[in-house]
Design a protein around this ligand. Structure first.
Ligand SMILES: [Zn+2]
Ligand SMILES: [Zn+2]
Length: 361
């Protein structure tokens, strides 16, 4: 077995600098605040601006309020420790606010992409059949192909049990509806990956079908056998990204699969009623769908974040550690997330133009 990639901490350096903003609020001025504004812009909370300043201004306050609402945090309008911890967490690359024009409307449940795109129903059929394939060239080799396939099969089948959609694996990558690949850094779709943690994966709205995983993550199919502190559970991320492929955007329900963040060494694969309701609104219900108690959202079912430990980590961060080991951060209970590069979206659209129907996120 080949070892997983090493543990560069490039992204950690970048997002860690946000720890110095703890307790900052309107009117404060901090060197590097413009970088935080770019972060909010990337994930859909701030409009593009070529000249972001280092001042905590009205627009940043609005962004922080919207972010706190969307992520289910206490709504304070300041960069309290919970908010900063969430911002620093690794996450999905898809923007959180996909129906935004200027005003952010946050609903307390599932969400769709702009225009509510979904896969077209084939003629004369009550069910959809979507094919999927794995890239030969852009793949990882430290997990067995068999295990990766099995993880995806389980992820697909969870969604298929709720809606009248079948997923079938095929060999022809180019012709498959859903194209699954592991990419590192800039990979030509305008939304580059960023190394270990940070952004973990992203997927495109219907009917684009691209599902990309950050090759620099330490992917795991069995967390018990993976020793890495930054191991990311492949099946959890696959299940989330398939939700995007089907047309779901990020949910504000913390326990939902479609919540934008998930901690390393965390397994979160059960669909919640929020996910089920959302996807059934797009495709209708599978006649064989059965409700199970695991679909209820409650604190005991999903991710549990050790707030106390987080605070400890943040204190350490603020204290003196220039480089905070991935281990400490992970122990703090990092949540993950995904990102969208709005700056590059324009150029991506130009680049992909008419060939690519789906929009990113
Ligand atoms: Zn996502
Ligand atoms: Zn990509």
């Amino acid at each position: 077995m080949i070892s997983p990639p090493g543990l560069p901490v490039k992204h950690l350096d970048k997002w860690h600098q946000f720890s110095k903003f703890i307790d900052a609020g309107k009117g404060d001025n901090f060197s590097g605040m413009s970088e935080l504004k770019r972060y909010f812009h990337r994930f859909g909370y701030l409009d593009a601006d070529d000249n972001f300043t280092d001042t905590f201004d009205d627009t940043l306050e609005t962004a922080v309020l919207s972010y706190q609402k969307k992520l289910g945090l206490p709504i304070t309008g300041i960069l309290d420790s919970d908010t900063v911890a969430q911002i620093m967490s690794p996450r999905c690359g898809v923007s959180d606010n996909t129906n935004r024009k200027h005003k952010i409307h946050v609903t307390k449940h599932y969400a769709f992409f702009n225009g509510e795109p979904r896969w077209r129903k084939p003629d004369k059929s009550d069910t959809w059949t979507l094919t999927y394939a794995f890239s030969d060239n852009h793949f990882i080799n430290y997990l067995s192909y068999f295990d990766i396939r099995a993880a995806f099969q389980r992820s697909f089948s969870r969604w298929a049990s709720t809606i009248p959609v079948n997923f079938t694996e095929v060999d022809d990558y180019r012709k498959a509806d859903i194209k699954i690949a592991f990419y590192r850094g800039d990979h030509g779709d305008g939304v580059p990956f960023d190394g270990v943690l940070g952004v973990l994966a992203h997927a495109f709205s219907p009917e684009n079908g691209r599902l990309h995983l950050d090759r620099d993550e330490t992917w795991a199919v069995d967390l018990k056998s993976s020793k890495s502190n930054v191991a990311v559970d492949l099946e959890s991320v696959a299940t989330h990204e398939i939700g995007h492929i089907l047309g779901l955007a990020h949910s504000s329900v913390k326990e939902a699969i479609m919540y934008p963040s998930l901690g390393p060494r965390t397994r979160k694969v059960d669909l919640k009623m929020d996910d089920v309701k959302g996807v059934q609104k797009l495709y209708g219900s599978n006649p064989n769908f059965r409700y199970t108690p695991s679909m209820e959202s409650d604190i005991s079912s999903g991710i549990r974040f050790g707030r106390g430990r987080w605070v400890t980590s943040l204190v350490l961060l603020v204290g003196a550690l220039k480089w905070v080991g991935a281990q400490q951060i992970v122990e703090g209970g990092l949540r993950m997330a995904y990102r969208r590069e709005r700056e590059t979206e324009g150029s991506r659209r130009l680049k992909w133009g008419r060939r690519e129907k789906g929009t990113f996120c």
